[in-house]
Design a protein around this ligand. Structure first.
Ligand SMILES: Cc1cc2nc3c(=O)[nH]c(=O)nc-3n(C[C@H](O)[C@H](O)[C@H](O)COP(=O)(O)OP(=O)(O)OC[C@H]3O[C@@H](n4cnc5c(N)ncnc54)[C@H](O)[C@@H]3O)c2cc1C
Length: 293
């Protein structure tokens, strides 16, 4: 077992896609699951707070000091695919576009939509990431986790977990997701899958502001409605507070036009919620997870 490396006072700004964040007292990027468990032991021994982040693509982190240890899983990158059965075993830090490309390469169908989502498997399972009617939970078989309180490792079959629109049971407990197993459709036409994957990416980059830092859709879509459409209808498309702006390309995205602060983004989120509530009578629930608020 190699020595564990804990860094001090790391700015989390570079670990989020919106490029906003405060400093974490301690920071670690384990390269294996056993290393991650060592960090959790260290946290427990020192009675510290611990937070787990993936690619930070759905996170608003307050510009302040965050006590305790932040663990980023992005280096937990082991992945295995069985192209005959369509089985995929992935550690929590594997990026979704990596899976999409691997599936396409191996003729396994079902993951073409994962291509444009810049998150990890752990974050995707936690969020039940999706695109339209497709959710990651649809392909999930089981999840391996560690209880960050008692450090016991468990494996849960999908049937024993709850998934809903951008919701998983992991949002209500203290588990860190270590890895997950999925089943995709094997023996499919490689060219057809590769073309669909490419087409999906093209569509996304045309309709969403991929050229600027963001955290994807800010709000969950209300039942039978679209958050972006409501935001546009109340006249907030392109509206900004400081360097935080409602994207002109997709109104459910907030983009960072420069050195936006977490406060500007938070205020913008609040203004959108107030205006949509006043004018449309609908409360928009954030999809984005917030740290320090
Ligand atoms: C340009 C862009 C497009 C996007 N498009 C989509 C889309 O189409 N569909 C969609 O659903 N989302 C989309 N997103 C949002 C985001 O990419 C997803 O929610 C993604 O699944 C988050 O993964 P992450 O690794 O970045 O998680 P993070 O943002 O790092 O974390 C999100 C939450 O998950 C928790 N978490 C992360 N890893 C673990 C773990 N191993 N164990 C326990 N908890 C964990 C964190 O504590 C946090 O609460 C988009 C984002 C961007 C920037």
């Amino acid at each position: 077992m190699k020595d564990i490396i804990i860094k001090n006072n790391i700015n989390l700004l570079n670990y989020t896609t919106i490029k906003v964040g405060g400093c974490t007292e301690f920071f670690a990027e384990p390269e294996s699951i056993s290393e991650l468990i060592e960090y959790l032991k260290w946290v427990k021994l020192n009675n510290l707070k611990c937070r787990i982040i993936g690619a930070g693509s759905n996170l608003l982190i307050k510009d302040t000091l965050h006590n305790g240890l932040t663990i980023c899983t992005k280096k937990l990158k082991k992945i295995k695919i069985n192209k005959l059965s369509g089985l995929v075993e992935a550690e929590s830090g594997v990026m979704l576009p990596v899976i999409a490309n691997l599936l396409a390469h191996n003729g396994c169908e079902g993951g073409e939509w994962l291509i444009g989502i810049p998150g990890t498997i752990g974050g995707a399972v936690f969020m039940n990431a999706g695109c339209g009617e497709l959710w990651i939970s649809k392909y999930l078989l089981s999840v391996q986790v560690i209880d960050t309180q008692n450090l016991k490792v468990y494996s849960f079959n999908k049937e024993n977990l709850i998934f809903n629109y951008r919701f998983s049971s992991f949002q209500t407990n203290k588990f860190a997701i270590l890895s997950a197993n999925f089943m995709f459709r094997p023996n499919s036409n490689i060219k057809k899958i590769a073309d669909k994957t490419k087409e999906n990416l093209k569509k996304r980059t045309k309709t969403q502001p991929y050229h600027l830092p963001s955290f994807g859709s800010v709000f969950k879509n209300p039942t039978n409605n679209f958050a972006g459409k409501l935001i546009e209808e109340v006249g907030l498309k392109g509206f900004s507070i400081g360097n935080a702006q409602v994207s002109k390309l997709h109104s459910n995205f907030i983009v960072n036009n420069g050195d936006a602060t977490s406060e500007e983004i938070y205020q913008l989120i609040t203004v959108i919620q107030q205006k949509v509530l006043q004018k449309k009578g609908i409360f928009l629930h954030p999809e984005v997870r917030m740290i320090g608020y």
